[in-house]
Write a protein that binds this ligand. Structure first.
Ligand code: GLY
Length: 373
């Protein structure tokens, strides 16, 4: 038995629970049986996560009599989020004997969650999905809300579906073995939640960042995860398909996705690191346009530095000078672009993000020229 907190995502017939707590992986069989009666499951994971948590998850599902076949294990890293691995995973899922009433279990970080959920949404025209996020980033953001996707050279997550999970098991114990760099990268999405809509949460983060990252303050860590999930659950319940408010969750991502594409979706720049730089750019752009008080970006930079995150394009390793025209062209592919015009998530201050369609590509290009310089 584990003690856990439950956050409900209210989406009518597609509603589901997010369970947050220590030891959920070892108890997964019980939770899956309770939340998805009648489903058997196939696991998708990556080599690193399989080594850490694969045996515990498989044992729990096996002893509940739910496990189909051997876990499907892919290469770790963003490069697996493409058509080639999607094909392999989809075909392997069919080979396990997975039927329409069964479910895919994604055990891993954001890459595995997005990839496995995409496969689940198309295999046999869609089977159910259980997210078992093992990274901070996946626990606070990508495992909740039903976005699935893969990358192509044209950009990040431009091919994908909406396919809500039926259950999310966020085992905080998994964070104890998460590499420091991955933990810091995930923290960018935690900070984003405060920055976009909860200034008091951001102020709490400023006081507790060290304990959250080190795990020295387990309560602050679990509270931070729960706060992010509660915020996201509310936004997703109100705007599942991102026709309005959900775009706010993209704060920092419009610039960040362009940086990820420009660095070839490689380990040179993790998604969360790109988001950290993207957040600073969004605040810098807002400040330069006179939309938010001077000094706000400085406060953000101080916090992200305290979390050990990059805060400037020049912090991206490799010594490359990025071309503002290339970055702007990559931003054209953003899914929020309407009628060829940019949509940016900008800020009036900490916790006050809004969707702006007032800017031009020329303004964005000129701003980036100053940042790339
Ligand atoms: N990660 C942003 C969203 O789920 O909408």
């Amino acid at each position: 038995m584990t003690g856990h907190r439950t956050v409900h995502v209210a989406l009518g017939t597609r509603s589901y629970d997010v369970l947050i707590g220590h030891g959920l992986i070892a108890d997964a069989g019980r939770h899956v049986r309770e939340h998805l009666p009648g489903a058997r499951v196939a696991i998708v994971t990556d080599e690193n996560v399989a080594r850490q948590h694969g045996a515990a998850l498989a044992a729990s599902l096996q002893s509940a009599g739910l496990l189909l076949g051997e876990p499907i294990v892919v290469t770790p890293g963003e490069a697996s989020k493409g058509f080639a691995t999607l094909e392999t995973v989809s075909r392997r899922l069919l080979q396990t004997g997975l039927e329409r009433r069964d479910a895919v279990v994604a055990l891993g970080g954001g890459v595995i969650g997005d990839l496995a959920a995409f496969a689940a949404s198309i295999v046999r025209r869609g089977v159910r999905m259980v997210q078992v996020p093992t990274s901070l980033l996946a626990q606070v953001d990508s495992s909740v809300g039903g976005k699935t996707g893969i990358n192509t050279p044209e950009g990040k997550n431009l091919i994908g579906t909406f396919h809500q999970p039926s259950l999310v098991l966020a085992d905080t114990g998994a964070l104890e073995t998460l590499p420091r760099r991955q933990m810091r990268a995930g923290y960018a999405e935690v900070a984003k939640a405060g920055l976009l809509g909860d200034a008091a949460f951001f102020a709490r983060l400023e006081r507790s960042v060290d304990g959250i990252l080190s795990g020295g303050d387990a309560n602050a860590r679990t509270d931070a995860i729960e706060t992010c999930v509660v915020m996201k659950a509310g936004i997703v319940a109100r705007d599942e398909h991102e026709t309005g408010e959900r775009a706010l969750l993209n704060l920092g991502h419009t610039f960040g996705h362009a940086l990820e594409a420009a660095t070839g979706f490689s380990d040179r720049l993790l998604h969360g690191e790109a988001v950290a730089i993207g957040l600073v750019l969004a605040f810098g752009f807002s400040e330069a346009a006179g939309l938010c008080p001077l000094g706000t970006q400085e406060r953000l930079i101080r916090h992200l530095k305290a979390a050990g995150l990059p805060t400037h394009i020049k912090d991206i390793p490799g010594g490359e000078v990025f071309n503002p025209d290339t970055l702007t062209a990559l931003m054209h592919q953003d899914k929020k672009t309407v009628g060829g015009k940019p949509t940016l998530i900008l800020v009036r201050g900490i916790g006050q993000a809004y969707v702006s369609r007032e800017q031009t590509w020329e303004q964005i290009r000129d701003f980036l020229a100053g940042e790339c310089g």
